[in-house]
Design a protein around this ligand. Structure first.
Ligand SMILES: *Cc1c(COP(=O)(O)O)cnc(C)c1O
Length: 459
């Protein structure tokens, strides 16, 4: 961790060589005889070094990747050493109570009603699965169908409505839940990727009454844009054609913790379920996903299990497996607790505001260079950057920065145009890191322009 600021973000070696080195250090036939534990750990640390990415360092802007707050890391060591199982309260009162505490804190921070149920999962992918499983149960129950009893085979078709720019994990969650692509109605988005509420109303009117789930999004993974949650909830919650509203807010939900950005999630508390991540903006180690629902009976009904050998305490101690797909499960609440305690309300707000300001700083600096264009309104921590007029220049510039080890960010395609995608999500990123990254990137862009006559670096 001490070396994170200065080491290259990725090693200079080509991937094939890195794989070779890792295989040589760590592979080969498994030993017959035991090895000394300290030696094994030394070998693991040395053997992995070439293949590690400094994704918890200050100049990693790929995907939406948070680092690890020091207290959260230390809490993770305790979590591993304690080795508690949160399936049932009797297995660890400490884990059960801390899970309950972080659920209460988080609901308040994220603008979710205090009566909401809460589960800790591996990430927003599984949080989407849990929220939508509760939704499936609830909307079918309103039709008089017990889906846990009769299955989807015994139920009328369930309709799911989602925005054009939804995250791919929503589609995967629906697949896991037996809901096919034909049951999905897609609502048009505006130029920033926000679901249009009036287009949602049209789709719901066309579908008519029946079991319906609406998937909204707080924080588009490309632009950072937020669906208008207040309008979406108002449209979806009309009594004659009530639909459950699930919000995928893997990173965007954290805007609620910042007085300056809270307006982005106006109306969030009116939704029926919420999915978010701890390992993105909150900066706890992998893996930490968080799911809430406004309907605890449906949440528990979709997840919980009963068997004679599952000893329950009966004293009201929380049984973690009631709220998550897993039975045995790591006590993820300790890292979340430690992160929230060290930050406090103000520290969390400051983390959100600082990363958003740094994204604006990057966008302003890039936009000042002729030929570089910012493709999105930078409302949160995401920036889409296009270099020159053709896709190849953008791809070459991103590849050159990645190879340089100076910083790392990835690609996307936005409205048919290749773009570099910068996400400022790490707690340790400062203005100097943004300035270094912008300078290295612009230098790469100018070099690419100078060598325009030559072949593309990517061939
Ligand atoms: C990252 C992300 C997800 C998936 O989260 P995981 O933590 O990878 O499971 C879902 N939705 C959105 C909007 C995201 O940004």
């Amino acid at each position: 961790m001490e070396g994170l600021t200065d080491r290259p973000v990725v090693g200079a070696m080509p991937i094939a060589e890195i794989v070779d080195v890792l295989r040589r250090f760590l592979g080969g036939p498994l030993n017959d005889q035991p090895h000394d534990p300290a030696g094994v750990i030394e070998q693991l640390a040395q053997g992995c070094a070439q293949g590690l990415v400094a994704s918890n360092g200050p100049r990693y802007f790929g995907f939406v990747t948070g680092g690890t707050l020091p207290a959260a890391l230390a809490a993770d060591w305790l979590t591993a050493a304690w080795d508690q199982n949160v399936a049932l309260g009797v297995m660890s009162p400490a884990a059960a109570v801390v899970e309950a505490i972080v659920g209460e804190w988080l609901a308040e921070l994220l603008g979710i009603p205090p009566t909401a149920s809460f589960g800790l999962v591996t990430g927003a992918q599984m949080a989407n699965v849990v929220g939508l499983a509760a939704a499936r149960r609830a909307v079918l129950r309103r039709e008089g169908i017990d889906v846990e009893e009769v299955g989807l085979a015994g139920a009328p078709p369930l309709r799911v409505v989602a925005g054009e720019q939804r995250h791919v994990t929503v589609d995967v969650a629906l697949r896991y839940l037996g809901i096919g692509r034909r049951q999905l109605a897609v609502v048009a988005a505006d130029d920033q990727g926000r679901m249009r509420a009036h287009a949602l109303a049209e789709v719901l009117d066309r579908l008519g009454p029946g079991p319906t789930v609406v998937c909204a999004q707080a924080g588009c993974v490309d632009t950072g844009a937020f669906d208008p949650l207040d309008e979406i909830c108002a449209v979806a919650h009309q009594p004659d054609r009530w639909a459950w509203v699930h919000v995928d807010g893997a990173f965007g939900l954290w805007a609620a913790a910042s007085p300056q950005r809270r307006h982005l999630v106006a109306g969030v508390g009116s939704a029926d379920s919420w999915a978010t991540d701890g390992h993105k903006w909150l900066n706890v180690p992998y893996d930490a996903g968080l799911v809430f629902t406004a309907h605890p009976d449906d949440h528990r009904g979709a997840m919980s299990m009963q068997a004679a050998y599952l000893t329950r305490d009966g004293s009201g101690l929380r049984d973690g497996s009631d709220w998550a797909p897993e039975s045995s499960r790591r006590a993820r609440a300790f890292t979340v607790w430690a992160a929230l305690r060290t930050l406090g309300r103000e520290g969390l707000a400051e983390l959100v505001e600082r990363t958003c300001s740094l994204a604006e700083r990057a966008a302003t600096a890039f936009a000042a260079e002729p030929g570089i264009e910012i493709l999105n309104d930078v409302v949160a921590n995401q920036v889409l950057i296009r270099f020159g007029a053709d896709d190849l220049t953008t791809r070459d510039v991103v590849a050159a920065v990645q190879r340089s080890g100076e910083a790392w960010f990835g690609f996307t395609t936005w409205h048919g145009k290749a773009a570099a995608r910068l996400s400022v999500s790490g707690w340790s990123t400062g203005p100097e890191d943004v300035d270094r990254t912008v300078a290295a990137t612009i230098a790469g862009y100018r070099q690419r322009l100078d060598g325009r006559a030559g072949p593309s670096a990517l061939g």
